[in-house]
Design a protein around this ligand. Sequence first.
Ligand code: SDX
Length: 393
Amino acid sequence: QTGMFTYDPGFTSTASCESEITYIDGDKGVLLYRGYPIEQLAEQGDFLETSYLLLYGELPTPAQRADWVHRITRHTMVHEQLARFFQGFRRDAHPMAVLVASVGALSAFYHDSTNISEPKQRMVASMRLIAKLPTLAAMAYKYSIGQPFVYPKNELDYTSNFLRMCFAVPCEDYKVNPVLARALDQIFILHADHEQNASTSTVRLAGSSGANPFACIAAGVACLWGPAHGGANEAALKMLEEIGSVDNIPKYIARAKDKNDSFRLMGFGHRVYKNYDPRAKLMQKTCHAVLEAVGKKDDPLLDVAMELEHIALHDEYFIEKKLYPNIDFYSGITLKAMGFPTSMFTVLFAVARTAGWVAQWKEMIEDPSQKIGRPRQLYTGAAERLYVPIDQR
Ligand code: SDX
């Protein structure tokens, strides 16, 4: 009994959904996109091909792939009025704040792809989002450092284009480092989708009301920002920098185990993985390749990260609670070595996760049994009672 209200003990509050897109076996540390192991996609595929697979369920034929890349490439520019939208922000605004706003603002420009009952409009909206997120992300970065926006160049591949939009300046030519472009492409594949995580569920819930796709993805960006979710890569790097050296690790391990201390090892633990996050293993490999490519293979932060991982994996607290490194543990070191500031780490996560978000949104919209989302609640508040006038309180 809660007050006058009783509730059915058989009532279950877990909302779940069926999907054909991503499979995770948390105990075995398995991650499949449309049945393909993440390891094979990251090592043999590329991000745009993966975005096609997530959306349409099959790897593209050479002709389908060429058409897909051609169409995405020609949606990479944004309306010039959007560039003026950025001018309203302070320069020190967090790039995630700018990204949430600018992605939502796409709804104000692309009216010809907001009618979700039209399959063609749904497809164009999906392509525009995958194509324009890197451009908006690069614009948010450039704005934060007071440099002019750099337009996309159609002859570059997806991640080379993004790196150039972020790091090129008008005063000199910019040469993309192919090792970094390939590493970033693999990082995007690892971050592309992850079943019904918090931000994907946000996108699905927003989409279930019939909101336009740009608004739904903006809602996903907002949810991803949290440090317990996509913001963990920024938090994990800050934690490693705060630890500073291998000697300080035991103090932080003790804090992570102390129930009275709110400190958690950022980049460790997961709602689903109770084994090593397969993405974390691939992320560690990419991290080594990037540090090698930029001449920072002796980065002390990598030593701290690897020693922290080693200690935690042999500590009974983490073993008993099945806490392993997740994708965010090594991504911060890698992205910092590429030249990105910590404030851009979750922005990069959002660029990659847009492929999964639009695929999950499309699957939900095209499900004929789909109804508006309405999570149930167990009421535990006050029973009905009479109003008390203020002079009697
Ligand atoms: C992502 O859902 C997704 O798929 C997300 C994601 C994706 O691709 O979309 O994978 C991306 O968000 C990865 C997670 C990034 N977040 C972090 O790295 C932040 C640090 N991790 C934690 O905050 C935590 O592990 C969560 C939020 C990820 C999970 O939280 P839970 O569900 O509380 O963790 P759990 O059930 O596994 O916890 C079991 C126990 C708890 O202790 P008890 O309450 O049982 O005593 O382990 C403890 C937790 O307190 N614990 C930790 C810990 N994570 C969990 N203790 C110390 N350090 C940690 N990192």
